[in-house]
Design a protein around this ligand. Sequence first.
Ligand SMILES: C[S@@+](CC[C@H](N)C(=O)[O-])C[C@H]1O[C@@H](n2cnc3c(N)ncnc32)[C@H](O)[C@@H]1O
Length: 225
Amino acid sequence: MTHNLMLRAQKSEVRDYFENINHKDYLEKHNREFYRVIYSELLESRNIHNKLGKREQVILDLGAGSCEFVFLLLDKYPEENHKIIAIDFSENMLRKASPELHCNYSNHDSLVADMVRCPLKEECSDIIFCINSIPYIADLDSMLKEINRLARPKGYLAVVFPNNRRIWTRKFENIRVFDNRDLHGAAFRNNFNALEERVITFNLNESVKSMVIPIAKFMLFQVEK
Ligand SMILES: C[S@@+](CC[C@H](N)C(=O)[O-])C[C@H]1O[C@@H](n2cnc3c(N)ncnc32)[C@H](O)[C@@H]1O
């Protein structure tokens, strides 16, 4: 009981933060270059490209925020047979992107919903992205169970999270702090197989190529049933 109450308090704290965020500040604060590097690593993953290159695909972006990654996916895979659904529990975040997305792309939908309980049918998705959204989820196992429910057999889950634990503890008192071992454990318990794992690095200074810092962890799983 106490546990549930604690989780609920934490979730509302996170939602309030994103509901009240000013987008201009958000974009400045959340280094765009940081996200640009992350997005291009995801799009360059051969496994992801092979998956997305095939027949009809239903793609979910859980915790999509203002849909910047969704825009990139739509540009790269504009075919009508790819359906891309952005899900976020902050209407404020989705609203930032929605008018432009709805005007320009018919193969896109967005949904205001809690990603731990998505109002979508089971086995509806071929590939699910969670970009810097899973660390906000207090119960990793519930999240992965829900992803397993949403994914088709042999579907993919691509997760990215910053590998600097301090980023998460600065903003929220109760934020879940995990590392790749926690994610591996929860993935194993919920029938996911690890396919790919790497550290995403960032060039601090273009002229001094050796000055790179690790900024995030990318993990790709395949869903077993
Ligand atoms: C750091 S932002 C990342 C946004 C986006 N993935 C990107 O690449 O810019 C985290 C997002 O996760 C969303 N989020 C956190 N917990 C959520 C939950 N339980 N259900 C749905 N969205 C959630 C927040 O509202 C926020 O938009």
